[in-house]
Design a protein around this ligand. Structure first.
Ligand code: IMP
Ligand code: MG
Length: 178
């Protein structure tokens, strides 16, 4: 069913069931790859809160999680400026770090932010993202644990917002272009 949020219409795109199944798979890979390594997950707020929480619940290994806030979006367009509003207070030296993102779009956010993490000399640094828009990618990035590749269209729900709204939706919706 099509839904309306503010001035825009969105149609169902990825079901809650498909999201769940994909997260179980990703968690399975992480459980294998990080057994005995006690990885530190760094989830990027706001968008990733739901994905981070559902992914973290599926882990069976010892793991830690912390949250930071970076933002580059206003409305449905990337502003191109990465703003850090909540800093990172965990020491990363000699830690196995996994960044958790809701969606990698232009890649700008992570491209600007990753050097700050690399500076702290983690033992390893990987990226987990639920969604990726390969056609929008400007900065080359390798996503180590990816849920879904999606077309370059604005998405909503499951943590993703349109001007602050829609994060609570259990499914992922796609903008209906008129
Ligand atoms: P990037 O820096 O262009 O890769 O954008 C990353 C951030 O922009 C993501 O973490 C999201 O918070 C936001 N974003 C990108 N695409 C969408 C979308 O389709 N819907 C909602 N937010 C998005
Ligand atoms: Mg985000």
């Amino acid at each position: 069913m099509t839904i309306q949020v503010l001035d825009k219409k969105f149609q169902p795109y990825i079901t809650a069931q498909a999201i769940h199944e994909q997260i179980v798979k990703l968690a399975g890979q992480i459980n294998n790859d990080y057994a005995g390594k006690k990885p530190l997950f760094i989830a990027i707020l706001n968008g990733s809160f739901m994905f981070a929480s559902d992914l973290f619940k599926e882990l069976t290994i010892e793991a830690e999680i912390c949250f930071i806030k970076l933002a580059s979006y206003k409305g449905t367009k990337s502003t191109g400026n990465v703003i850090t509003s909540i800093g990172l207070d965990e020491p990363l030296k000699n830690r196995h770090v996994i960044i958790v993102e809701d969606i990698v779009d232009t890649g700008k956010t992570l491209y600007e932010f990753l050097p700050q993490l690399v500076n702290q000399q983690p033992s390893s640094l990987k990226i987990a993202a639920l969604l990726h828009k390969p056609d929008a990618l400007v900065h080359p990035l390798t996503i180590d644990y990816l849920g879904f590749n999606v077309p370059n269209k604005f998405l909503l729900g499951y943590g993703l917002d349109y001007d602050g709204l829609g994060r609570n939706l259990k499914e992922i919706y796609q903008l209906v272009e008129e």
